[in-house]
Write a protein that binds this ligand. Structure first.
Ligand code: HEM
Length: 186
């Protein structure tokens, strides 16, 4: 995030990305929402009645698959199964009613929740933001072998550790972006 006419090293600032790139952040959350393929697992410590309807007996194992929670239309709206790059934009979220916001916050669980929530989530966002921002700034990307983007479906045949992987490679051609050819990213 420096002037491309400078020569030399480009150092990306995580804090600046967070401050200045709201769509980028929204896309990150939206990708996590739609690709999350895990199930949070918990044991019930005591008989627990949920919503005055469902009794979970002490000692039961409760599995909460994010694939379901993250695409439930009663939480995310009629377009719950669609990718919406702007879904997590702060300006858009603020327009939701309070109840809806609370519901979505509770339902968004790519990193699990409670006191065992993934401690690696900050490390991960640093890695992803740095890598993706580098590619966006320094390179032009186009589909290899044609003009059309072919995005493979997610591979639902395997239970992932975290996010679902694509069924195949995404084949692209990367060209150094005009004016940024000599930049070194760190
Ligand atoms: C996109 C990347 C990642 C995703 C989606 C992810 C997701 C998760 C999830 C869903 C859990 C279970 C939390 C729960 O049961 O409520 C978890 C736990 C954990 N994750 Fe991650 N994780 C990611 C990256 C990382 C990284 C990079 C590290 C380490 C550097 C890490 C370390 C851990 C540890 C140690 C736990 C166990 C926490 C505990 O039981 O107290 N994760 N992660």
């Amino acid at each position: 995030m420096t002037d491309p006419s400078d020569s030399g090293v480009v150092s990306l600032s995580y804090a600046l990305i967070k401050e200045k790139c709201p769509v980028f952040l929204s896309v990150y959350d939206e990708v996590l929402r739609l690709t999350s393929g895990i199930a949070t697992v918990r044991y019930t410590m005591q008989d627990t009645l949920i919503n005055d309807t469902w009794l979970l007996k002490k000692g039961a194992q409760v599995q909460m698959p994010t694939a379901y929670i993250h695409t439930d239309p009663s939480t995310w709206g009629a377009d719950a199964d669609q990718f919406d790059a702007e879904r997590f934009l702060e300006t858009k979220v603020k327009r939701l009613g309070r109840e809806e916001r609370v519901k979505r916050n509770a339902a968004f669980r790519p990193f699990g929740g409670g006191n065992v929530m993934c401690p690696g989530r900050y490390f991960t966002s640093h890695e992803v933001f740095g890598f993706v921002a580098t590619i966006l700034l320094g390179w032009d990307m186009e589909p290899s072998g044609g003009r059309e983007w072919k995005v493979p479906d997610m591979d639902r045949s395997k239970l992932p550790l975290t996010s679902l992987k694509p069924q195949g490679d995404v084949k692209v051609r990367l060209l150094r972006r005009g004016g940024w050819e000599k930049k070194v990213f760190e």
